[in-house]
Design a protein around this ligand. Structure first.
Ligand SMILES: [Zn+2]
Ligand SMILES: [Zn+2]
Length: 163
């Protein structure tokens, strides 16, 4: 179990997104999600190993594992998977759609799904605003600051747009 193997798993997810479903073979949204799940599990396992004994991971702490696995391939895959999973929850048939191909610019725009709405940092675990179920935050602190400065007014409008 090492960082290099982890990197390869995320590279595969990224390649799937850049290529999309080829003409001669059907690659679905669910194929991508299965690859994503596999990469995510591997990363989580490395973090657990480092928590139990950092020697297992060559002396790296869980924090170091986290930051070193947050690569250029990791973030777009996480962002698209987050959006796909939401789409599949609303419509299970979405999983059987052909995987679209993304340009690097399009992948960049997908990062909004893993960005804190207040501090704009990329985060692997964001909490959803229960009011609008749209705004996402990395911490309670960011959520409160955004609520006071701006979101108080936009939250209701966003919730209305949803229903
Ligand atoms: Zn934040
Ligand atoms: Zn809200």
């Amino acid at each position: 179990m090492n960082l290099q193997t982890n990197r390869i798993k995320w590279l595969l997810c990224h390649q799937l997104l850049l290529r999309g479903s080829p003409k001669n073979r059907i690659v679905t949204v669910s194929t991508f999600l299965a690859n994503f799940k596999w990469a995510k599990k591997f990363r989580a396992k490395m973090i657990i190993w480092a928590e139990q004994n950092s020697q297992n991971m060559g002396g790296l702490t869980p924090g170091q594992i986290r930051s070193q696995t947050e690569t250029d391939e990791f973030w777009p895959s996480l962002a698209v998977a987050t959006r796909f999973k939401e789409a599949v929850r609303r419509n299970p048939a979405y999983a059987q759609r052909r995987l679209p191909a993304f340009t690097p610019q399009e992948l960049n725009r997908e990062l909004v799904h893993v960005r804190c709405h207040f501090c704009q940092e990329l985060h692997d675990k964001l909490q959803l605003c229960t009011g609008c179920e749209k705004a996402k935050y990395c911490s309670r602190d960011c959520q409160q600051k955004h609520w006071v400065s701006k979101h108080r007014n936009e939250c209701k409008a966003a919730a209305k747009g949803r229903s």
